[in-house]
Design a protein around this ligand. Sequence first.
Ligand code: AP5
Length: 220
Amino acid sequence: MEQQANIVLLGAPGAGKGTQAAFLVQRLVIPHVSTGDMLRAARAAGTELGRKAAQYMDAGELVPDDIIVGVALERLAQPDCAQGFLLDGFPRTLPQAEALTEALGQAGRRIALALNLDADEAEIVRRLSSRRVCRGCGKIFSLAKKQVQEGGACPECGGEVYQREDDQPEVIRERLAVYRRQTEPLIGYYRQQGVLRMVASIGSPDEVNDAVQAVLKETF
Ligand code: AP5
């Protein structure tokens, strides 16, 4: 039987998860479920979830498991995720991973692929300091690559391009420390489940995408 494309994207902040997710969902035609994007949308809409999450996000800390697990599992229960999904930013702790495994198991499903994007820390800091995002279409840009100008408009939709609050240097450092402490152990968790694949996030986004596509071909 053909495997369902239930995919988890792992990797440190700035490893390129959002960038690769944009390529992947086009190729696989599955929804991109980014808990970070969901929290930022809740924040922009001024909901209670958004207000609660903001204090953690701005400090570079994780939103507590009891909040985020409910948000993510509710999203995965939507009909558009029934044939597969690409999870970006979830799970991020072992309790989150266990809750996901259990919820999928109850529906007779499982994660088919946990793809870890592996990037060097100095490169991550360079990428995140230079990242700009469009408020309109969500597209991710790099100032360093001159994909957009500081204060300029989005070349795709003309929307406002901004720097994420958590892309300030001291918050980046805290996010990386939190990643090493709380999220990196998931590499071992998914390795034990036999679904882990590592891809070096080195070279241009297109080159990384070639390596990712090669893994997909072998898996699905
Ligand atoms: P989230 O939005 O998930 O952020 P993150 O995991 O820290 O990841 P990023 O979005 O920063 O990086 P990315 O890997 O997607 O890199 P990108 O492709 O943009 O989470 C934010 C916050 O929300 C968390 O800190 C937490 O508070 C909360 N949260 C979310 N989920 C949670 C959960 N499950 N539990 C608890 N809390 C949660 O690339 C970065 C830059 O590099 C871009 O400018 C891009 O253009 C550039 N770039 C990408 N690839 C390349 C390349 N190959 N070469 C050169 N440049 C590149």
